[in-house]
Design a protein around this ligand. Structure first.
Ligand code: COA
Length: 160
């Protein structure tokens, strides 16, 4: 498939309307940016419309200030049959100067969907990690999803 790329970067400007009660960018907006970048990365990799199935290991490390230039970087770290797992870093900096800061990181998982009605998951081109770093990232993504599936199962068992 042509045009496939493993990494994708999107940039956003934190607007005054993105503010939370403490005067910083609210977490929901950061998650929206992550979802948008993940969507662009997933459809680019798979060539199919894709849906978010899970977000795991999300950590808000530092706040984003209004008027910051925000950079969202996605890196494909694992593919299953229909799923694509991306490691996402969100960094921000004052566009008038200053250091870029890591603000949020997570793993987001998309599933490629076919065109039939109702739509069902379809296979994606595989990503095969070769370097040690890539193998570690793939293992990390799988661990995060195992943990989050485990939490779901526990909640279901408790809630009945
Ligand atoms: C995504 C969806 C089609 C999966 O349906 P499903 O019946 O679970 O389908 P499958 O069992 O075939 O699973 C498809 C893939 O999802 C993965 N998956 C399912 N639940 C998951 C979870 N909790 N975490 C991570 N991956 C998960 C499976 O591992 C499988 O991946 P693989 O093909 O690489 O092995 C369905 O859950 C859905 O439509 N969800 C809503 C998506 C949506 O609307 N997103 C936007 C919300 S903001």
């Amino acid at each position: 498939m042509s045009g496939q790329q493993r990494e994708l970067t999107m940039r956003f400007l934190a607007e005054p309307t993105d503010v939370n009660y403490g005067g910083k960018v609210h977490g929901g907006m950061v998650m929206k940016w992550i979802d948008q970048a993940g969507y662009a990365a997933a459809v680019g990799w798979s060539g199919h419309y894709s849906v978010t199935v899970a977000v795991g290991g999300i950590r808000f490390v530092a706040p984003i200030h209004i008027s910051d230039l925000v950079t969202v970087r996605t890196k494909l770290v694992y593919t299953g049959s229909s799923s694509m797992h991306f490691a996402v870093d969100v960094k921000a900096r004052d566009p008038m100067g200053g250091e870029e800061r890591l603000c949020t990181h997570c793993i987001i998982v998309f599933v490629a969907m076919g065109q039939q009605v109702p739509a069902r998951p379809v296979p994606v081109p595989p990503w095969t990690p070769t370097s040690e770093d890539d193998q570690r990232l793939a293992e990390y993504a799988l661990k995060v999803m195992e943990l989050s599936k485990g939490i779901e199962a526990t909640i279901e068992a408790i809630a009945g």
